[in-house]
Design a protein around this ligand. Structure first.
Ligand code: PAF
Length: 253
């Protein structure tokens, strides 16, 4: 597995691959990898000649400094998982490498990004879209892979790729769940076993409630602090807090 740390080297390497006619599959991550990420890698491997994975904990998408600080950092374990999966390139840029402009230039979407998670995390999607655009420009993928668990993020990235005529395909991959129904997330590491048992009920409630209002009531009854439950884009989407851990999930309607 080749490890690349600079933007210049990443760009030169993907340019070389393109000249050779190789298809590049790209999986951007913030690390703390779990089976959900590995599913994206598996899919990328099965559909491309070369797989590039990035690990970059993107400060600009955290509107809460504490959340950023508490985000699990497990680089050694992540690298060995990716190595075992036969990933070709691991891209590990620093903040200084990716933000030479000090975040003076940003990508902003003015509609969907203001709703759902965007309403409660101001600036979050600006940070996501900006870093994803940078990473796509550096890795020049044929296909880029994102989990459906972050459904709003997936839709916004699809919109950006189409609006800026980026020459790649965005692939949404279904959410991977524990057998309990709990959607895999790097934040699950911060849940106690009791909290985990409770969190396993989220998807069930979203699926089986008649309306989003009923789902919200049920989640509150269980003890969650609910940010939102809304039916949109053919999905029922929710964000809740279990103590100080923010969890999101969505199910197809
Ligand atoms: O979904 C994530 O892990 C992040 O939002 C992403 C797409 C890697 C951008 O930092």
């Amino acid at each position: 597995m080749k490890i690349i740390r600079t933007c210049r080297e990443m760009q030169a390497y993907s340019h070389e691959l393109k000249l050779k006619g190789e298809n590049i599959g790209f999986v951007p991550t913030m690390g703390a990898l779990h089976a959900g990420h590995l599913e994206l890698v598996k899919r990328a491997k099965s559909e491309n000649d070369v797989v590039v994975v990035s690990i970059f904990l993107n400060a600009t998408q955290f509107h809460n400094q504490q959340d950023f600080e508490k985000y699990p950092r497990t680089l050694e374990k992540d690298s060995s998982l990716l190595f075992d999966m036969g990933v070709d390139v691991l891209f590990l840029p620093t903040h200084e490498e990716l933000y030479p402009d000090d975040y003076k230039y940003r990508v902003q979407e003015l509609d969907l990004s203001q709703e759902l998670c965007g309403k409660y995390r101001p600036g979050h999607f600006e940070g996501v879209l900006t870093v994803v655009l940078k990473l796509l420009n550096l890795t020049q993928p044929t296909r880029a892979y994102f989990g459906e668990k972050d459904f709003q993020q997936l839709k916004l990235i699809e919109g950006m790729v189409s609006s800026f005529f980026l020459p790649l395909e965005v692939i949404g991959v279904p959410t991977i769940r524990e057998s309990s129904g709990l959607a895999l997330s790097s934040r699950n590491e911060r849940l106690s076993s009791e909290q985990k048992q409770m969190a396993a009920k989220i998807s069930e409630i979203l699926k089986f409630s008649q309306t989003s209002t009923e789902a919200k009531e049920q989640l509150e009854k269980l003890g969650f602090q609910v940010e939102y439950v809304e039916d949109k884009m053919g999905r029922r989407l929710a964000a809740v807090y279990s103590n100080d851990v923010r969890l999101i999930d969505n199910v197809s309607l």
